[in-house]
Design a protein around this ligand. Sequence first.
Ligand code: AMP
Length: 468
Amino acid sequence: MTITFDKLGLSQPVLQALDMKGYTEPTPIQAQAIPPVLEGRDLLGIAQTGTGKTAAFMLPSIDRLRESDNRIPFKSCRMLVLAPTRELAAQIAMSAKDYGALAGLKVQSIVGGTSVNKDRNKLHRGTDILVATPGRLLDLIDQKAFNLSGVEVLVLDEADQMLDLGFIHALRRINDLVPKERQTLFFSATMPKAIKELVSGYCNNPVQVSVTPAATTAERVDQYLFMVQADEKQALLELILSERHQVPGKFERVLIFTRTKHGADRIVKKLSQMGVPANAIHGNKSQPQRERALSEFKSARTPILVATDVAARGIDIPGVSHVINFELPNVPEQYVHRIGRTARAGKDGIAIAFCAEDERAYLKDIRKNTDAEFERLALPENFRAVVEGVGPTKREPPKPRQRVKPRPAGGPRPQGEGELRKAPPKRKHPGRKGKPQGARAGSSAAGQPGDRSSGRPGGGNRRRRAAR
Ligand code: AMP
């Protein structure tokens, strides 16, 4: 039986706001979390972004704030949401405004990298809901510009990431500063020991809800793997993005992960030398630069974004068709977070990992600690020769986007499809020109070993999942 929002006990204004957002059914975490949170219980949610957890804690909290009807406290807030990154904080604040639109609640957010003075001014009269990164919050508290005495509901979002970012001391301090009488909603995608300890300090007999077991690979993501030498990765990336070597799926927005900021910048520079516009987002970028990169990615004006783990955590960008792990993460859980950027809001997604010889141990760890299963893709024929031929070329800028219609399932293979592997390595006019409709969807992977039987890219991947 399908559960509807109105069965969960939410108020009319919140239901109306959901209607305006076009949400018809609660996601599993919403269905499980909303009733106990409405009752005032503490909650421990084990969930990744993309599961709808923001609404799971925001909707019932909005109702509780409305019911208790306390006044906005001077230089304080009634609900405090802590988030690890500026982007996630901005996103939560936006959701809070949407969900609380008709409830008349004041929502503010404060993050590092922006003017402290402005934050001080905007919080002077207090707010109902404050979304904050821990560092900026403590700055204001230290300046006596803000206090936590009014907090009725405290939310820790992506707690594991906050620990990874070194916020442990900040979180301990914050725990000492919030009133003992309060409700705590604690969310983490993974449950390492340090998180369990933090939970016992923060929560009082929490109801536990878990939508995916810790460190389980996101469902609906087809995962592929290239074994490729480290110094050939850039060439492979360029071939893929310029569609001279086809991979499964139709490019819409491509999110590329590196381990380092420097690595992210290098990719952007090399791609731009070939005439492929891309942006990078990482900790060394200013807030306006990060915001611009994200908005250009969201609008698909610059549909290639290169990110480090920290910068991309928790970002909700609809329509990421491909996640490319240019470098494998050295922490298996990061792999789960990375590929969780695609296949959001019920869509399928594609993740492609580039694994070099010295990353085999990371790959092994990922396989062991998550349920990741990869379908191996073959490198282009004569890859070495192609690598040497790939370089900055102004004459034929590759096209990062592809707008051809997918071939209907089981439909006839258009002429030319799957022939790319046989094509000479240095094609003069790669990309759309002269390529038959559907060539992209069929992709050269359909001609790769191990995929023939499925007749479509990703077929093997999906079958394996169904069997699990
Ligand atoms: P979150 O995990 O909170 O980052 O949410 C992931 C995405 O799912 C966001 O784009 C939300 O707007 C969307 N979303 C959340 N709840 C629902 C729902 N019940 N129905 C449809 N979309 C939803």
